[in-house]
Design a protein around this ligand. Structure first.
Ligand SMILES: Cc1cc2nc3c(=O)[nH]c(=O)nc-3n(C[C@H](O)[C@H](O)[C@H](O)COP(=O)(O)OP(=O)(O)OC[C@H]3O[C@@H](n4cnc5c(N)ncnc54)[C@H](O)[C@@H]3O)c2cc1C
Length: 374
């Protein structure tokens, strides 16, 4: 077989690039995907109870990038959805990210009033202040107590479960991102555009890839294709260290085990996701009907159990955010320059970088505009 472009991986990065190259440049594209489905980690399907579930954990779309929202809007209608998260702290479900409402759920009203007044006086309204900053800059004992309380009860054990590392081992960059949101807004995201593809992610991908110049080969790793396909250029969206046969050592990841549970109840929790920072081996539970708005009898939810990643045994999900691994990634990045532009690398595995879906789409669109279409 002869094509213009070979794309490895049918996730957001590979699918968007295939669509752009096929529709804008009129070139022939072959996508090769090792799994038995398109849509990468955003893949969704109807389980045996007829409920639309996300195979690789809950995916909620949110973005401030209008061009990304408009681009995907050509391939799906949106179900309007704002994600809400509760976290169990001292046995009570409190809004996450921690905000002014969380104060009133946890503390006696007069003490919550006092903390809220001090937060507002020192930092202002409708701002997200990292708890590290509050710990460092708070002028009184009350706010320092609050920052320590959130760090210990909401953040510390969740981080240990998620990464099997302490916040200190992960570095200040990660801790710095955990905010107190000085607001009564309980939504998990504040992005301008939020929603779920009305007929699901997989259907949106089907529309994206529905072009006469695009062919998709499932159940095939790109190494199996050697000698079978001739191509001018390649885009690789798999793990960059795999491509170079781990010549500098393996890039580490965190993996997850997903346990899907069906219940005859119509709902099993009050919001889309409930976090368990301190209890249980799982980090969170997500009820899919709450995300998709599907109306059916019974409900399906998923528990997420973080686990170590072992190549060949489970799936690499999260690059581990430590500087030493970024250094290792840069050694692979240096190898890329030796390929003289014939192979382009993009996506969360090839860039060794956690991307939200909108960031993966934005990265693919920009790679197309700046490097491919020129
Ligand atoms: C648990 C979890 C929850 C998430 N929730 C959200 C969320 O709520 N909102 C959000 O915006 N983002 C979320 N994300 C992030 C989202 O999944 C990513 O942004 C998105 O998957 C990136 O797309 P990608 O194409 O770069 O990678 P992927 O989706 O991983 O696609 C890469 C594809 O390449 C294939 N592949 C790899 N190597 C080979 C090979 N050698 N041969 C053939 N095929 C290969 C893989 O099988 C895979 O299908 C979440 C991620 C995880 C792990």
């Amino acid at each position: 077989m002869k094509v213009d472009w070979l794309i490895v991986g049918a996730g957001f990065t590979g699918a968007v690039l295939a669509e752009r190259i096929a529709s804008q440049l009129g070139k022939k594209v072959l996508i090769v995907e090792q799994r038995d489905h398109i849509a990468g980690n955003a893949y969704d399907y109807y389980d045996e109870h007829g409920i639309l579930v996300h195979k690789y954990g809950p995916h909620i779309f949110h973005t401030n990038a209008k061009h990304v929202w408009d681009y995907l809007g050509k391939y799906t209608e949106w179900h309007s959805y704002y994600h809400h998260v509760l976290g169990y702290v001292d046995g009570k479900p409190v809004p996450i990210p921690f905000n002014l409402n969380s104060l009133y759920t946890l503390f006696p009203p007069r003490y919550a009033d006092k903390l809220a007044d001090q937060l507002l006086a020192q930092y202002g309204f409708n701002v997200k202040v990292p708890i590290l900053k509050i710990r460092e800059s708070a002028t009184g004992d009350d706010l320092r107590f609050l920052a320590d309380y959130i760090y210990n009860n909401v953040f510390y054990h969740y981080t240990r479960k998620q990464w099997d590392l302490t916040p200190e081992e992960l570095g200040p960059g990660v801790t710095a991102r955990v905010p107190i949101y000085i607001s009564r807004d309980d939504r998990y995201f504040q992005d301008t555009y939020q929603g779920m593809p009305k007929l699901g992610y997989t259907e949106m991908f089907r529309n994206l890839l529905n072009h006469k110049n695009i062919k998709v080969l499932l159940n095939t790793s790109f190494k199996e294709l050697e000698g079978e396909v001739q191509y001018e250029r390649m885009i690789f969206t798999g793990p960059i260290d795999d491509f170079f046969e781990h010549c500098h050592g393996e890039l580490p990841y965190r993996s997850l085990h997903f346990k899907f549970i069906h219940s005859p109840e119509d709902n099993m929790q009050a919001v889309g996701t409930v976090n368990y920072p301190n209890e249980y081996a799982y980090t969170r539970t997500t009820e899919f009907k709450r995300l998709t708005g599907q109306r059916t009898f019974g409900t399906t939810y998923v528990e997420e159990y973080p686990q170590a990643y072992k190549r060949g045994e489970n799936t690499p999900y999260y690059p581990i955010p430590k500087e030493e691994y970024r250094e290792l990634y840069r050694r692979y990045e240096a190898e890329v320059t030796r390929l003289n532009g014939r192979v382009l690398f993009a996506g969360r595995l090839a860039d060794y970088q956690y991307y939200n879906m909108d960031q993966a789409v934005a990265r693919a669109l920009s790679l197309f505009e700046k490097t491919i279409a020129v």
